[in-house]
Write a protein that binds this ligand. Structure first.
Ligand code: HEC
Length: 102
């Protein structure tokens, strides 16, 4: 009985670790769609005209994405791009970039 319990908890642990890996992978893939313009991990190079996303507070990223979507913030490309992401995806993107070192 004891060994079954140990086995079950080991399986649950493996399953939750895999679920976390999967979420991290999805979040990384989502963030990679921004890398072309904003740089890997949201770090643009010094002097780049496109803003750095790494380390930007999550709340600010969400607000800016919503402002692009609604047209409240005029943009050249972000008003179009931002419309391709759901609220949940924007939250994931925001927490990803907020967690990156500047
Ligand atoms: C094709 C290039 C391109 C891609 C891809 C791109 N961006 Fe942008 N981003 C820009 C540009 C250019 C601006 C400046 C606003 C404008 O002119 O559209 C900007 C501005 C922003 C800003 C405002 C930054 C600030 O300093 O206020 C945020 C936030 C942002 N982008 C988030 C994202 C996220 C998240 C993604 C990925 C889902 C993304 N961008 C993908 C080009 C891009």
């Amino acid at each position: 009985m004891k060994s079954i319990l140990i086995l079950m908890s080991a399986c649950a642990f493996t399953w939750s670790a895999q679920a976390q890996d999967r979420n991290a992978l999805l979040q990384n893939s989502l963030a990679a769609t921004c890398a072309n313009c904003h740089g890997s991990f949201g770090r643009s190079f010094d002097g780049a005209s496109i803003g750095n996303l790494a380390g930007m507070p999550a709340k600010q990223i969400v607000e800016q994405m919503k402002a692009f979507q609604s047209g409240a913030r005029p943009a050249t490309v972000m008003h179009q791009l931002s419309k391709g992401y759901s609220d949940a995806q924007i939250e994931q993107l925001a927490s990803y970039f907020a967690a990156q070192n500047k």
